[in-house]
Structure formats: C-alpha cells, structure tokens
Write a protein of this length. Structure first.
Length: 535
C-alpha cells in the first residue's frame, strides 16, 4: 500500500474515532443535562402544587378529588407535564390525567422517602409508562405529611427531544469528517510532494546508499542547516578534524567543532567558495563551500567538502614522476637509437676502430656518471631520478652536470624521499624548460647537492634568460609562469609546497652566466609549524 493511501486511511480512521467518541460524550452530556433540567422542572412544579392552600384544604373534604382534580389538570396543561398526580398517605389518587384512574392506588413504588418528608427525582414505570418525575410531600398546617404531589414527564418524550440533538450532532460529525478527509488528502499529497513521491522503503534505500557513497569517497563532507547546526558528516571528516570515529556531530553547532568556520558566512551571503586553501587540525586542505537552496530559492544550509592538500600534491607528484619516467625512457631510447644508427653505419663502412672508440666513449661517460651517482648519492630513488634527467638533457642537447663536490649521503630517514624528488625533479625540469627557447650556443644545467652540517642544500643553476622582474616575487604561486602555454606555473608551486612541508626555505637569484640559481635549504631537524583551523 502506498504511503499516500496509508496516510489518508490513518488520518481518517483517527478522526473518525475521535469524532465518534466526541459524539458519544456530547450525546451523554446532552441527555444528562436534559434529564437534570426536566427532573428539576418536575420537582419545582410539584413543590409549587404542594404549597397551594386550596389543595391542602381539599384534603379535609369528604371528596378531595372534586377540588384537586380540576386544579391539577389546569396546572398540568399550563406546565406541559405528562401527568400531575396528587394522592394521600395511602397512595390513593385524588387527581390523574385519566379520570377513570382517580381513586386508584399510585404505582411506581417510590413513595416511601416522600412520606418521610423528602423531595425526590426518580425514574420509574408508572401507569402511563416509564417516566422521569419529581415528588414532594404535601404538608398540613402543622407540618405533618398528609399526601404526595407527583409531576412526571415520559422518558420517551425526553428521548424524542434527544433524537433531534442527535441528528444535528450526526450531521455536524459527518461534515467534520468530510472536511477532515479533504484535509487528510491534502496533507498526504503535501507529504508526497515533500519527499518527491518516494515510498518509505525507497527513502530507506536511498539513505543507506547515500551513507555508503559518503563513506566511500576520499573527501571529507560536512553539512549544516541555516542555524549552523551540523546535519551530516562522514568518517573522513572525523579523521581530518582529528576526532574519534564514534564522535556524535549531528545537531552540534559548527562553531563548537570548528571555531573559524566560514559556513555561516556562505549561508548569509549565498555565495559559493571553491578551491580555498586553508589549515585544519595541522593539515593543509583544499575546501569547497556551497550553499543549499530550497524550492523557493532560499538558503537553508551549506555543505563543505575538503581534502588534504598533501594528497592533492602527492597525486600531482605521482603524475609528474610518471611523466618524468616516461620522458626519461623515451629520451634514452631516442638517444641510443641515434647512436646505434651511427655505430651501424660505421660498421657498414668498415670503420671498426671509430665504432669501437665511440662505444668506449659512451660506455665510459655513462659508467662514470652512474658510478658517481652510486658513490655520492646512494639513495636509489634520487639516483634514478638524476639518471633520468641526464638522459632527458642528452635528448634536448642540454649539458647536464652534477657538481663534483656533491655529496648527499647523510639524509635523515624521516625526511620523505618523495618530497626531495619533487624539489630536485621540478627544479631540474624548470631549468631545462628555461633553456628550450634560448638561442645560446651552449645550454647548461648544473646541480649541486650537499649534506654537510645541520642542513641539506640543493642548488640548481642554468644559463638561460633568467626570470623577468615582474615575475620574481610571485614565481612560486600556482599558475604563475613566465612561459606561455597551458598547464604552466605548477612545478615551482609544488617545489615551494614540498620545501614548506620540510620546514625549509627557497631562494632564487641571477646566476653569473645570466640565468637563474635556485637555492633550497632544508634543516635535518624540522619543528612542527603552528597551524590554524577553519572550514
């Protein structure tokens, strides 16, 4: 059964039950009130009759009924009572609406209390049927009870009067039920619209799917309502905020969890904020903040997604390394293909001595370079990177040299090699790219690595055109580059980020040959920097 049908049936059944109970209560109250009013009326009439002097005096006559019957019938007709019966202490009637019953004994069996001097209202089966009556004692001048005055109204008449009220009550109840059914239909349709026509089972399935999706993505997701109360947060949010996984965030103010959050500003302005770099729990993150709108285009909340910037840089560096490895392999293949063609030609020309000398020369150069790398830079990751850069430089007809004074043996194990690869690789690439369009006859890149003292030093020098003055101050910002083309201005930004993570510093200055020297100093012992928070 659909939710809309269930809601209509539930609301209508509930209202029908309420109206039925209410109608029964009202009917009982009306009936009781009418009986009380009529009983009181009967009693008052009976008391008035019992106080009439003519009726008291008539009890002394030989034929009391000759005086009492006309008076009683006159009063009965004026008051609208069914009957007005007056009798003596023995219960013999002196008056009755049916003259033939005058002189006969009163029926009902409730005269006892009246003869004791009490006035009562009772229901009893009289000679004219079940009735509601008021009975009072008729007293002589000295106060003695000499008779009984009884005024009655048939219960059937009371029920007929009550039937009119019941019909009105039924009509009112039916009208209310009809209005309620129309309201139930409107409520059900409104609920259906608000949940986009989904059934409860579908909503439950979507909720579980949404929860699984939120937990499967690598980004942290956090949502708040218009009052700044958290409505959603996945486990990645807990990890980035440094909170235990079982922390209950739902319903808490965002400022209580993240004091410097800008989500309330986004809610107030309704403006999205994308790719905002910030610090959170000692981590660099990239955040995106988006307001949430309802159908009336009103801001009802905001969502922020953020991811550790180190992960972004790690992905970028992995891609850069793959690209460098591919370029190195391609350069080596290209370079050796050319040399193999030369050697093949020399052999075909029977210039065996020249071929042997060329092979020996190439072998010696590579062997010397590789032996130097293995001796002074024993780290295989950094060494492999430099061999790849050497092959790349050969292809580009660039002279790549490593300073003979280079020594990079004492590198602390806690310094991430990936960050060193990022620094050395991107500085070397940047230097080579600066020489590609340079018309200099001799293009040269020199790299110097040093592990002496308390710091690691990396210097990369080229003899290219240098850095224009207008770019000098912003050269480390992402997207800033003096070279034309897309996807520029990333390498030095990665270098700056890696240097900052290692607690070092980077400088650049013109070289003696007109190019640029980049100098990086990395302390072997790094103190954790102070960092702020915000979303």
């Amino acid at each position: 059964m659909r939710l809309q049908t269930k809601l209509i049936l539930l609301i209508c059944t509930l209202l029908f039950s309420v109206l039925t109970v209410a109608a029964a209560v009202v009917e009982y109250m009306v009936t009781s009130m009418m009986e009380d009013q009529i009983g009181t009326r009967a009693l008052k009439v009976a008391e008035t009759v019992a106080e009439i002097p003519e009726i008291r005096e008539a009890f002394k006559l030989p034929e009391p009924s000759s005086v009492i019957q006309p008076l009683a019938e006159h009063i009965r007709e004026k008051t609208g009572a069914l009957y007005l019966v007056i009798g003596n202490r023995e219960g013999i009637r002196y008056s009755h609406p049916v003259p033939e019953r005058v002189g006969k004994e009163m029926v009902g069996g409730d005269n006892g209390p009246v003869l004791e001097g009490k006035s009562i209202i009772s229901k009893a089966e009289g000679s004219m049927g079940p009735s509601l009556r008021g009975k009072v004692p008729v007293r002589a001048e000295n106060g003695d009870v000499i008779g009984i005055a009884s005024v009655g109204f048939l219960l059937d008449d009371i029920n007929r009067w009550d039937d009119g009220y019941q019909r009105q009550l039924v009509l009112i109840s039916l009208a209310a039920l009809g209005i309620a059914m129309a309201g139930a239909v409107m409520i059900a349709r409104g609920v259906r619209r608000s949940i986009h026509g989904l059934e409860p089972e579908e909503i439950g399935t979507l909720y579980m799917e949404k929860k699984a999706i939120l937990e499967s993505i690598r980004e942290a997701i956090l949502a708040v309502d218009r009052n700044g109360l958290i409505t959603l947060a996945n486990q990645q949010t807990m990890r980035i905020l440094g909170l235990p996984d079982d922390t209950e965030l739902i319903g808490k103010p965002i400022r209580e969890i993240v004091p410097k959050s800008r989500l309330l500003t986004v809610i107030r302005t309704g403006q999205s904020e994308f790719d905002v770099e910030m610090m959170m729990n000692g981590q660099e993150v990239v955040a995106n903040r988006v307001p949430v709108f309802n159908r009336q285009n009103e801001v009802i909340g905001a969502v922020v997604s953020f991811r550790s910037k180190s992960e972004v840089y790690r992905l970028a560096e992995e891609l850069s390394q793959v690209k460098r490895f591919a370029e190195g392999l391609r350069a080596q293949t290209h370079e050796y293909s050319n040399k193999l063609y030369v050697i093949s030609g020399l052999i075909q020309l029977e210039s065996y001595q020249e071929a042997v000398e060329m092979i020996s020369k190439e072998t010696n150069v590579h062997q010397n370079f590789i032996q130097f790398i293995m001796r002074e830079i024993p780290d295989p990751v950094i060494g492999g990177l430099l061999i790849g850069k050497y092959n790349r430089a050969q292809e580009l007809k660039i002279q790549f040299e490593i300073d003979p004074e280079t020594s990079f043996k004492d590198v602390p194990g806690r310094i991430e090699r990936e960050l060193l690869v990022t620094i050395i690789g991107n500085l070397t690439d940047n230097a080579m790219e600066a020489l590609l369009d340079d018309a200099a006859a001799e293009k040269k890149v020199t790299l110097f690595l040093s592990d002496y003292g308390e710091d690691l030093m990396i210097e990369c020098e080229d003899n290219g055109p240098g850095i224009p003055d207008e770019w000098a101050e912003n050269i480390f910002r992402k997207g800033v580059s003096s070279k034309e083309g897309e996807h520029r201005g990333i390498g030095l930004a990665l270098v700056k980020h890696a240097v900052d993570r290692l607690g070092g510093r980077i400088l650049h200055e013109p070289s003696g040959e007109g190019g640029t020297v980049f100098s990086v100093v990395i302390p072997k012992r790094v103190e954790e920097p102070k960092k702020g928070e915000g979303t």
